[in-house]
Design a protein around this ligand. Structure first.
Ligand SMILES: [Mg+2]
Length: 182
């Protein structure tokens, strides 16, 4: 079904994004924005807006200590990731260099929530254009559109919710990912 690349395991490989796929960063954006301004956004307000438009102070917030470390899990991701990890060569891929202070926080967060993921499966990087897995799961078109593998899953988040997924397969939650891939 999928092309098998030489990842050393003989298994089909998957690159799984962190922010907006494993980590519920929108909940953190809302929380930090409320703390900063007292403003509470309705879910409708966020739909279709790029994150930096919806949250004008986003850079200050993502660069503040603890932003990534205290993010909640997106429901269902741990259980499905554990099952995917038995069948596929799973890699967690985050363009963490955008926020260099996040590197240790992201590593610690993964160690706490995904103890079954070995350090060699964690790719904290700059551009994702080098990623050469068979499948990519991400919430941003900028990563999916240039991906060279065979299957791309667009994870729904408010910023992409009303966009045409194009050649990508839209998934709304981890139950849908399990149905598609397991
Ligand atoms: Mg993301």
């Amino acid at each position: 079904m999928h092309s098998i690349k030489n990842n050393g395991t003989g298994k089909t490989s998957i690159a799984v994004d962190m922010d907006g796929v494993l980590a519920n960063v929108y909940a953190r954006f809302l929380e930090m924005h409320k703390l900063d301004t007292g403003e509470i956004f309705s879910p409708d307000y966020l739909i279709g807006k790029p994150e930096a438009v919806a949250f004008p102070h986003i850079l200050k917030h993502v660069n503040s200590a603890g932003f990534f470390r205290s993010a909640d899990l997106i429901p269902g991701c741990r259980e499905v990731m554990e099952r995917l990890n038995e069948v596929y060569a799973v890699f967690i891929v985050s363009a963490a260099m955008e926020f260099p202070n996040s590197l240790k926080e992201k590593y610690d967060w993964l160690a706490e929530h995904f103890p079954f993921i070995h350090w060699s499966q964690i790719v904290l990087c700059g551009s994702k254009s080098l990623i050469n897995t068979d499948i990519m799961i991400d919430d941003h078109f900028k990563n999916l559109d240039f991906f060279k593998g065979s299957k791309t899953l667009l994870f729904t988040q408010p910023h992409n919710a009303i966009a045409d997924p194009g050649r990508h397969i839209r998934v709304h939650n981890w139950e849908e990912i399990a149905r598609l891939l397991l």
